[in-house]
Every structure is written in C-alpha cells, then in structure tokens.
Design a binder for this molecule. Structure first.
Ligand code: NDP
Length: 249
C-alpha cells in the first residue's frame, strides 16, 4: 500500500520494453516517491520485470492483470486499486503493424485501434471520474513520432496514434479545469521487442493484390532501411523511462 506522500502510478503494458523500464525506474526512485502499480495482460510474463525491479517488489511495486482491450479487465483493475486512487496513469501498452494495406485484414487493423486508441480511451474514461472528484491527476500517453508524421507502410499504426493524439489534445482542455494534466510522449525508434514482433508478422505476410513494385519497394528498400534507422537512431527503453520520470516530476 502507498505511504502518505507517495504518488500512486499505474502503468499499462509492463511485461516488456518501455513499460517495464518505466515501472522499474519509478519503483526504484531513490527518494521512494512512487507507489507503482505495474500492469500486464498476462501475469505469467512477470519474471523479467520482477528480476529488473529487485527488492522493490512488494514495497514500492505491485502487479495487477490488465488487458486494455477489455472493458471488464479495465474496470476490475481500477476497482482493485485502493479507493480507486491513482495520481498518475501512464498509458504505455501498444502494438505495431507494418506492411502494404492490401496485405492487412480489417480485423488486424481493428486490433491495433482497439489497443492503441480505444485502450487509452477506456483507461482515461475509467480513471477520470475519480481524478475529477479529487481535482488532481496526471495522465501520460505513450504516443510516437508517428503520431505527428505519417510514415510509409505504417499507415494503420500511424492512424491509431494520430487518433489518440487528437483525442488527448481535446481531452487535455477539458481536464485542465479539474487540475488534471495530460501529457504525451512521442519517441522515435526505441530498441524493444516492438520491432521484433512486427518483423515476425512481416515474415508471415502474404501479398494478394499488391503490385510487384510495391512489394519490391517494401521488401528490398523499406525494410532494410528501417532496420538501419533503428540501429543508428534507436533510443533505449531507459532513455524513455528517464524522460517519462521528468514529465511526471
Ligand atoms: P513492447 O512490444 O516491448 O511492449 C508493448 C507492451 O504493450 C507489452 O507489455 C505488451 O504486452 C503490451 N500490450 C499489448 N497489447 C496489450 C493489451 N491489449 N493490454 C495490455 N497490454 C498490452 O513495445 P514498446 O515497449 O516499444 O512499446 C511501448 C509503447 O511505446 C507502445 O505504445 C508503442 O506504440 C510506443 N512506441 C514504441 C516505439 C518503439 O520504437 N519501440 C517508438 C514510439 C512509440 P504483451 O507482452 O502481453 O504483448
């Protein structure tokens, strides 16, 4: 349970990557300013986080299950937080999707929107009433540079982040009068499992109805150059966690 003076921070998508690192960075804060509720949709994946968090688990770090695509899971998760009191919500969970639009089913596109857009909307709707009552709170959203700029072959992912940016920009104005801040973080490439997961999907991709030039450009030009960009410019999850900590301080 949080000590008085500690801020309760709930983070989505802490099984890997940026979410895991934010949870560890905040839970191991030297001044113990944060009580971290790290959530993940499958608690069987908790070992990597617990190993990285060391003895913070059970002190400044606790775990809860949460699938941001499920209304019921979101409700249960927030209800199980003491007094539904969350000072800082960090919406980090997200999925990528890469490839020519003709190769991607509407179902896959909906999954991306359900996670990256509606996942954030569900969380904000659930925490907002209590934050409004307390007239305090901070909501942080992990967007992307692709929430600001379209990138070839990332059409659906980019659209999901643009949608979220639009929603959050509008919400921020409403929330301000209740003393609730809404911040967006827009990283460029970050070395996490995100890229690997997308590449695994690309390896299984089929190209029905896609013209030969587009397939060649995607496979022979786009993919190798995007891997090079990741190698050359990729930040670490630690970089993004430090930035997130600065944003909430
Ligand atoms: P990872 O793939 O390492 O982490 C994504 C996390 O989201 C995982 O914990 C995953 O859980 C979780 N997640 C996915 N779907 C759900 C769901 N329905 N409910 C709850 N959790 C879910 O990627 P990153 O750490 O890189 O990504 C984190 C965020 O950063 C994302 O929003 C992404 O869009 C954003 N971002 C990433 C960049 C990058 O280059 N890596 C660049 C810019 C932004 P599970 O293990 O269960 O799949």
């Amino acid at each position: 349970m949080a000590n008085s003076g500690q801020k309760v921070v709930l983070i989505t998508g802490c099984s890997s990557g940026i979410g895991l690192r934010i949870a560890v960075t905040l839970a191991t804060d030297e001044k113990k300013r944060y009580h971290v509720i790290a959530t993940m949709r499958d608690l069987k994946k908790k070992d990597k986080l617990l190993e990285a968090a060391g003895d913070a688990y059970g002190k400044t770090l606790m775990l809860l299950p949460l699938d941001v695509c499920s209304d019921e899971s979101v409700r249960q998760c927030i209800n199980s937080v003491k007094d539904r009191h969350i000072d800082i919500l960090i919406n980090n969970a997200g999925v990528g999707l890469l490839g020519p639009v003709e190769s991607i089913s509407i179902e896959e596109m909906k999954r991306v929107f359900d996670t990256n857009f509606f996942g954030v909307v569900r969380m904000i709707k659930e925490v907002m009433p209590d934050m409004k009552k307390r007239r305090s709170g901070h909501i942080v959203v992990m967007s992307s540079v692709m929430g600001l700029q379209g990138v070839v072959f990332n059409d659906v992912y980019t659209a999901s982040k643009f949608a979220m940016e639009g929603f959050c920009e509008s919400m921020a104005v409403q929330l301000l009068k209740f003393n609730i801040r809404l911040s967006m973080i827009e990283p460029g490439p970050v070395h996490t499992e995100f890229e690997t997961k997308m590449m695994e999907e690309v390896a299984k991709m089929e190209y029905p109805g896609v013209d030969a030039d587009t397939i060649r450009y995607f496979k022979d030009v786009y993919l190798p150059s995007s891997i090079d960009i990741f190698e050359a410019m990729g930040q670490t999850p630690e970089d993004i966690a430090k930035c997130t900590k600065k944003v909430i301080e």
